[in-house]
Design a protein around this ligand. Structure first.
Ligand code: GLU
Length: 466
């Protein structure tokens, strides 16, 4: 059975690259009827925070990426890592190293001065440390004894064959002096224990993989398959970062995006299924394969994301959108209990909104009386309109209050006064919405209700030219 995992470090918010890794790992497991695990890699105790962990969990929930096992927390598994380190020490695959920071810094300096790549020189390898007395009071780190010769190769599920010479790898620290494992040890022990047989992650980890493979081998553990997903770049070709705008996943709901849109966008970013551009999580689950993950980096395109959001907003039910809009209106002090039912208003506007934020701004006019800008008055109110508008206002007092009847009345009034329809409809729109554009004005009247429609007209009457 295929088992994948998402293993973020809670050292910051979940960014788009992380979310895409999670999405691909989730989709791969689901597609193959496998299992998907969530593991929080919190061994960087200085940079890990509870808030970041929460942001990751929130983002997974918001995106709808359900996991079958976890969340596991590495800091709750310290005993297990230490036991594995004991095993590696006993088998000669690891050894204590007492080199001080100063010593290692100066080693690095010397290597640089000689034009060499800085690397640990194996000074505390048992054969080099014979007769050396460990400095008193120093707790050693534990290093993995990397093989000196040969190559490490794997057939990457995304990038194809990759190989590293062992000569390029040095003896990495696997356990810090305080007994906390480093990433490369924790990840191997966990992928082994949790039986993660397909490891999909960002290609910033390609350099770690040969080290991890060597540790797997030293433990006699079966190797997972690895797939490294190219990173996401900003429009300027640089790696996506804060400079490129909202990159925290949880900023997107804040900014009025729907999870369908972000999932759709992220899935399509670096993966393709024929020429399909729009697909749901369920379709991704049915279609996802690694053969169609791009080998080159993908470029983030906020305009396309917005376009997808507009699409998914149209698909969303009025009820759901009303629930997203209601707290936003309440936050700016609008009482949605006084005014038309929010779902009916949302229905009228969702076709023309790109985000929930736009939608909220648009429907606000039903719950407070919008000011009419003077420039709009100047543009829309004219002597030609004043007489038909007066006539319309009195006719609206008795017409049946449906969009169809209201629309017919506006038409009839315009015809009776020999003016084109917009001469009546446009100033009416300005009075009711404070805007030059809106959905059909008869539909707006119908939703606003007779009293409020007439009240808004009356409030603007003093501005009509006589
Ligand atoms: N914890 C690592 C990170 O957040 C990911 C490790 C992995 O997927 O192997 O970059």
């Amino acid at each position: 059975m295929i088992r994948t995992r998402f293993a973020p470090s809670p050292t910051g918010y979940l960014h788009l690259g992380g979310a895409r890794t999670a999405l691909f790992s989730w989709a791969y497991a689901r597609r193959h009827g496998g299992r998907f695990l969530l593991r929080i890699e919190d061994t960087d105790t200085e940079r890990s925070t509870a808030a970041s962990t929460q942001a990751i969990l929130d983002a997974m929930t918001w995106l709808g990426l359900d996991y079958d096992e976890g969340p596991f927390f590495q800091m709750q598994r310290l005993d297990r890592y230490r036991a594995v380190v004991e095993q590696l020490l006993a088998s000669g695959h690891a050894y204590p190293c007492y080199a001080s920071k100063e010593e290692l810094d100066s080693l690095r300096e010397q290597q640089r001065a000689r034009g060499e790549k800085p690397r640990y020189d194996g000074r505390w390898r048992p054969e080099n440390a014979k007769g050396k007395v460990p400095p008193p009071g120093v707790k050693p780190v534990i290093r993995f004894r990397n093989p000196d010769d040969g190559v490490v190769e794997w057939d990457d599920l995304v990038k194809g064959p990759i190989r590293f010479a062992n000569a390029e790898l040095d003896d990495l620290v696997i356990l810090r002096a305080d007994g906390v494992p480093t990433y490369n040890l924790g990840v191997v022990v966990d992928d082994w224990d949790m039986d993660c047989n397909h490891v999909l992650r960002g290609d910033d980890h390609v350099n770690n993989t040969p080290r991890q493979i060597n540790i797997f081998r030293a433990l006699g553990a079966e190797l997972p398959r690895f797939g490294h997903i190219p990173m996401i770049l900003g429009a300027d070709g640089e790696r996506l970062s804060k400079r490129h705008g909202a990159v925290s996943v949880m900023q997107y709901p804040e900014d009025g995006y729907l999870p369908e849109a972000l999932n759709n966008y992220l899935a399509r970013l670096g993966w393709s299924h024929g020429d399909a551009e729009i697909f749901s999580l369920a379709q991704l689950r049915d279609w996802f394969d690694l053969a169609h993950v791009n080998r080159s980096p993908a470029q983030f395109d906020p305009v396309k994301l917005l376009w997808l959001n507009a699409h998914w907003l149209k698909q969303a039910s009025d009820d759901r959108l009303a629930q997203l809009v209601a707290p936003r209106l309440a936050a700016v002090g609008f009482d949605t209990a006084r005014g038309p039912a929010l779902d009916t208003v949302v229905a009228l506007y969702k076709e023309r909104s790109e985000t929930v934020v736009h939608l909220t701004e648009a429907v606000g006019i039903f719950y407070h009386r919008p000011p009419v800008p003077q420039a709009l008055r100047d543009a829309q109110y004219s002597r030609e309109s004043t007489v038909p508008l007066n006539a319309l206002a009195s006719r609206l007092q008795s017409v049946a209050w449906t969009a169809a009847d209201i629309g017919a009345t506006i038409k009839a009034v315009a015809a009776e006064h020999g003016v084109k329809m917009p001469k009546v409809a446009m100033p009416l729109r300005a009075m009711l919405t404070g805007q030059a554009q809106s959905p059909a004005i008869d539909a707006i009247c119908a939703l606003l209700g007779r009293d409020e429609t007439l009240a808004r007209i009356d409030a603007e009457r003093p501005h009509w030219p006589q």
